[in-house]
Design a protein around this ligand. Sequence first.
Ligand code: SAH
Length: 416
Amino acid sequence: MYSFCRKCLSSCLRLLSGKTRTNALKRTLSSSNGPERALAKYISSKIKMSGPISVAEYMKECLTNPKYGYYMNRDVFGQKGDFITSPEISQMFGELLGIWILDDWMKAGKPACLNIVELGPGRGTLADDILRVLNKFSHVVDDVSLHLVEVSPKMRQLQKVKLSAPEMKKEELEKPVEKINSKYGIPVMWHNNIKGVPQGFSCFVAHEFFDALPIHSFQRTKHGWREVLVDVDEAAGPDNLRFVLSASKTPPTVYIQETETRDRVEICPEAGVIVQDIVQRISEDGGSALIADYGHDGEKQDTLRGFKEHKLFDILSEPGTADLTADVDFSYLRTMCGKSVSTYGPVMQSYFLKNMGIETRLKALMMNTSEKEQRDLISGYKMLTDPKQMGERFKFFAIRQKSDITDIPAGFTSLT
Ligand code: SAH
């Protein structure tokens, strides 16, 4: 069985060309289609009809309502959008994740087929960087396909444009197809959820996906746990919203552990269900998962927040126009994994990327590039790894099929 040892990781990095990807930071932003208040009106009429809704229901409407949801009809990333993510900052991020996938597939004994499954692929930049790496190793892995789990038609469109060959006709790109042949010759398929991904050895990747899933929020009171709900705030004006506490225990309270010591708790049952689906696939068909996000290990209390134009934004104002996000509780994900798989981490992003060889990759890319490109590469490296920027806030967590492989996944062990 062959897998990348530390030395192999660096020789693998050398095999990647020294070329920087093109259009790395070019962005466009299409404006919102829906009137700013449309979703507020819809949510407040729903509440008026059937009572206050959970934070999870509110978050789901805001992010993925088919007509007015934040992700559904605009490009939200980049300097002109609301936030910027690691794959958009530097190609090195996606390349190192590509190498991680290849390494884990090799450690598993190079199974005949490799499904790469990305959850919430955004603009498709991470997928593009991963496929470019896989394409360089087509002599090692040939039966590989990419599966994108994406809820937003607009994002699917951006992903298709990013991954297709430049000669693909505009009309073709506009068709809501579920399958294309990528510019790397690797087939790409879109799915609504993991269940649609064909069986076989699969490597799952989720970057800034779990933080977008709806959370329930609870407050400890002298009467026991009460759920935080969203209600209309008639006094503040039409369609205004406010947080209230449920008068009695609500059914999702069952998710709170008996041993819980915090006074405020956020729980994301949808994350639990998705992780269990991943675990089932990994334990039945083989594979691994790499989950990267900002998060904590079960100690944080109240992390839900809104972002608009790179600034914090009131969660209840103009629903559907701002990103809503909550820190991922990795301890909850670990619990949901159960005992049939092995879990690793969370480790900090700086630790993971340095152990994956980001500095070697940076040096290779710095050769044969203009001074401007070198400055961009260094600033991207700093942003990804600096503890004060993304280096410590973002964490990596891995799931792997239980087996007799004793070495832990690349990136999760120190190189020194
Ligand atoms: N991974 C990308 C984008 C992160 S933003 C990056 O790092 O740049 C979150 C992504 O998840 C978007 O593509 C959004 O449309 C998608 N998404 C949000 N909720 C989803 C859901 N329930 N199912 C599938 N995709 C979802």
